[in-house]
Design a protein around this ligand. Structure first.
Ligand SMILES: Nc1ncnc2c1ncn2[C@@H]1O[C@H](COP(=O)(O)OP(=O)(O)OP(=O)(O)O)[C@@H](O)[C@H]1O
Ligand SMILES: [Mg+2]
Length: 289
């Protein structure tokens, strides 16, 4: 664990709809099931998706009368006064006070940020130990990290978001001697290997090398994520029909394994080994029998 206790995982990308909130809750629930105390923080005051996701989870826990682990959740509002400078100071004060309190109570804090540049997204980068950046499986999403030469596929210029991250990394390195561990993860990957998919894979590796970050194995496009949101559930929750709201499928198992691979790739300070996929598959077969 880091300086003041909890390990802070920021989930960020200035591109909207890349899977930040979905990934945030999945990381939180994975760590809860491993027995860690987990805090979740929503700094996306406009959409509040993570806040609604956690609320849905609480409702499912109550209505099903089940012991579903919940994170300690905080929502940080945006200040709406006349002065931008004063608003920014007020927001940062609330943010750092809230985080300081939460840090004492939990082992991990996951902060979900909005899909655009803002004061609190930058404040989050300043605190992050790990930064996870989900990207939709498209060249357009890669453009948010770096401009890529059409002909050679080589990154030619880093983007404003990448520059924000690099600035926060440099400041942190100076302050603590260690940098933010930045991991890119492709999301909503098409099932069939397409030309786009392999082009994105090749380019993302080059962009990662240029930015000094790592690339985790990706998460495939799966319809199950839609129903999971309304229930506040994740692929890490028990594969039981009365909790999931549908019969468990191999899609759940495969998605669970993909998210587990992501957690492994993050190299978080966790104690327990990642369980094996074939045991999960057997568990589903038993449930269906
Ligand atoms: N692997 C996936 N397969 C299918 N749908 C997915 C997957 N991951 C996320 N989604 C869906 O994509 C949509 C966007 O996901 P999410 O809200 O997590 O993105 P976001 O980056 O937080 O968006 P925003 O920038 O608006 O905050 C949601 O409808 C979610 O259910
Ligand atoms: Mg979101």
């Amino acid at each position: 664990m880091t300086q003041a206790g909890a390990h802070i995982i920021a989930v960020g990308n200035e591109k909207g709809g890349s899977g930040k909130s979905t990934t945030s809750l999945h990381l939180a629930v994975y760590l809860l099931h491993q027995g860690y105390r987990v805090g979740t923080v929503d700094v996306d005051s406009r959409q509040q998706t993570l806040t609604r996701y956690v609320k849905n989870r609480r409702t499912t826990a109550q209505t099903r009368g089940r012991d579903i682990p919940l994170p300690k959740h905080l929502y940080i509002p945006t200040a709406w006064g006349d002065s931008i400078a004063e608003n920014q100071i007020a927001e940062r004060e609330i943010f750092s006070r809230s985080l300081a309190g939460l840090r004492k109570d939990v082992d991990f804090i996951i902060i979900d940020t909005p899909g655009f540049d803002c004061n609190l997204a930058r404040a989050t980068l300043e605190l992050a130990d790990t930064l996870v950046t989900p990207l939709n499986d498209s060249m357009i999403d890669l453009d948010v990290l770096a401009r890529v030469d059409d002909q050679s596929g080589e990154p030619i210029q880093t983007s404003p978001y990448s520059r924000n991250v690099q600035k926060a990394r440099a400041e942190r390195l100076q302050r603590t001697g260690s940098t933010i561990d930045w991991v890119l993860v492709r999301n909503r990957i098409a099932h069939l290997g397409s030309r786009n998919t392999s082009q994105v894979q090749q380019t993302i590796e080059k962009v990662a090398e240029r930015l000094g970050c790592r690339v985790a194995e990706g998460i495939a496009e799966r319809v199950i994520f839609r129903s999971l949101f309304t229930l506040g559930m994740t692929v890490f929750d028990p594969l039981e029909a009365d909790i999931l709201g549908s019969t468990p499928s191999m899609s759940h198992v495969n998605a669970r394994q993909e998210y587990r691979s992501l957690v492994s790739a993050l190299r978080l300070p966790v104690r327990l080994p990642v369980p094996r996929a074939d045991n999960e598959a057997k568990a589903v077969e038993r449930l269906r029998a």
